[in-house]
Design a binder for this molecule. Structure first.
Ligand SMILES: *Cc1c(COP(=O)(O)O)cnc(C)c1O
Length: 421
């Protein structure tokens, strides 16, 4: 199937301009995500997609948004429709600081908050403000693909630290840090999705969080903690963000409304030391002057008037059966030798197949059998692992999840058999 873009290109013909020749070197290096390409196939047929990364639209609090928007336009239109300051709408920043203190024990007095166009913009700002070409950035293996892409533009050298069921292997990180120190090298920052990680679904243990802070101090690097999922907890006990243990201002914390309100708001926030915020504020000024003001004023009411705290349990109630359904289906349909993570929250489960199976090669076959997943390779900074995949459990209903996992189990069974023979 041709996309609209492709149809338009065809209609316009090739013409005489050498379009590519006008692009900057950096632009020429940019490539479309191969996952997007793969997902185009999915739209075509009767395919159950466990590949997406989307929240379920049923969790969007439409009624509340309607009500608040009405109120905001009646009472606060002058502010909501006007340009705002780059740092963001102050009542919202205060409400968030207050919420984070109450919820995570991060003292309001210790952080400044800047509103951004989703965490994605924060990732780009961090790249701009901290990365010189060649700087070392430590990431989890696997890690969030969109973070890799945002940082990549600024030319870092990634070091990827493996994970297990307790998150990043801090013992391996420590070894790496020692090794680098001997070579006279320093890490600029470490990026972690500390709770219910995307893509792996695992959570960094309390012990590791504390040790990580110690290591950051000892080896003098900063930590970027991306935390979109910690409110989506379906089992187990809450665990404080790494930022909670930060007494120096080493941790740059990223929050977002995408998974607790709606991603269409394109609204997130950075909570960090004022000195770091100041520089990112200057960088943001050149990008978009300020985040969407209407969205900010609505979000302010959403937090301030307690709708957020009311709504979170509703989202949890909606997703928990889906997580459970996927875990049960994996138990039932996966052949022996397949491993998967058992997340207490978030949106994803990570599946590891026997070595020798390349999930990227297997993807087309799976799609032809009516199920799609995301091959794990792209989530690794150096594409070092081939036999993993990410499954999403938030977007499709329980019955569909079961059927999807069943189909996937059959394809995997055949691959495992072929591998052995
Ligand atoms: C969904 C998600 C985000 C949210 O990004 P926005 O730009 O705020 O929508 C951030 N980080 C990770 C790891 C995510 O999975």
């Amino acid at each position: 199937m041709m996309t609209m873009e492709e149809k338009l290109m065809r209609k316009l013909g090739s013409g005489s301009l050498d379009f590519e020749s006008y692009f900057s070197k950096k632009a020429l290096e940019m490539k479309a995500s191969e996952i997007r390409e793969l997902l185009k196939l999915v739209e075509a047929g009767d395919v159950i997609s466990l590949a997406g990364g989307l929240p379920a639209p049923e969790t969007f609090p439409v009624g509340t948004i309607k009500k608040i928007t009405q109120e905001v336009l009646e009472k606060h239109a002058d502010k909501a429709l006007q340009y705002g300051t780059t740092k963001g709408f102050t009542p919202l920043r205060l409400a968030l600081a207050n919420w984070m203190e109450k919820r995570y024990g991060i003292p309001m007095s210790k952080v400044e908050i800047m509103m951004v166009a989703g965490s994605q913009q924060a990732l780009d700002l961090i790249g701009r403000v901290f990365i010189n070409p060649g700087d070392i950035v430590v990431v989890e293996g696997p890690t969030y693909l969109a973070a890799l892409n945002a940082f990549k533009y600024y030319g870092p050298k990634f070091i990827s630290i493996p994970m297990d069921h307790d998150g990043m292997r801090i013992d391996l990180l420590e070894k790496k840090l020692e090794e680098l120190k001997k070579q006279g090298k320093n890490v600029k920052f470490l990026y972690t999705v500390s709770t219910f990680q995307n893509p792996a679904g695992v959570t960094m243990s309390l012990k590791r969080r504390k040790r990580l802070i110690e290591l950051a101090k000892e080896y003098d690097f900063i930590i970027v903690e991306d935390n979109p999922y910690s409110e989506l907890r379906y089992s187990g006990e809450p665990i404080p963000p790494i930022k909670h243990f930060d007494h120096e201002g080493r941790v740059i914390y990223l929050g977002t409304f995408s998974k607790i309100l709606a991603p269409g708001f394109r609204l997130g926030w950075i909570a960090a030391h004022p000195h770091f915020i100041r520089k990112m504020e200057i960088a943001k000024q050149a990008i978009d002057l300020c985040a969407n003001t209407l969205a900010q004023v609505i979000a302010w009411k959403y937090v301030e008037d307690g709708y957020l705290d009311e709504h979170i349990p509703e989202i949890v109630k909606f997703y928990k059966p889906r997580r459970d359904a996927m875990l049960e289906a994996l138990e039932e349909y996966m052949p022996e030798g397949i491993e998967w993570t058992k997340p207490d929250g978030g949106m994803f489960i990570w599946v590891t197949l026997p070595e020798g199976i390349d999930t990227k090669l297997m993807a087309e076959k799976a799609i032809s059998r009516g199920v799609a997943y995301v091959p794990g390779e792209a989530f690794f900074a150096h594409r070092e692992v081939k036999n993993t995949m990410r499954l999403n459990f938030t977007y499709v209903p329980e019955e569909t999840i079961r059927e999807g996992v069943k189909r996937l189990g059959e394809v995997i069974k055949e691959e495992v058999k072929a591998l052995k023979s």
